[in-house]
Design a protein around this ligand. Structure first.
Ligand SMILES: [Zn+2]
Length: 64
């Protein structure tokens, strides 16, 4: 199920999911970016990079 990039909720209805693009992963096939039709305007300019960075920082915090 696609996850909305704006509110981070799942999008059970395919008709409500707007495909925003495909992000290449560093170690994998990457992932696709979706948002609710109503939330497209709320998606940040570069949400994936931001989230990837947050994940990296969290991972580093747990390692140290
Ligand atoms: Zn949403």
């Amino acid at each position: 199920m696609p996850v909305c990039q704006a509110c981070h909720e799942g999008i059970p209805d395919p008709d409500d999911a707007v495909f925003l693009g495909h992000e290449e992963g560093n170690s994998g096939p990457g992932w696709e970016i979706f948002a609710h039709r109503a939330h497209v305007d709320q998606v940040q300019p570069d949400p994936v990079a931001e989230r990837a960075l947050a994940r990296l920082l969290i991972a580093r915090a747990f390692e140290s």
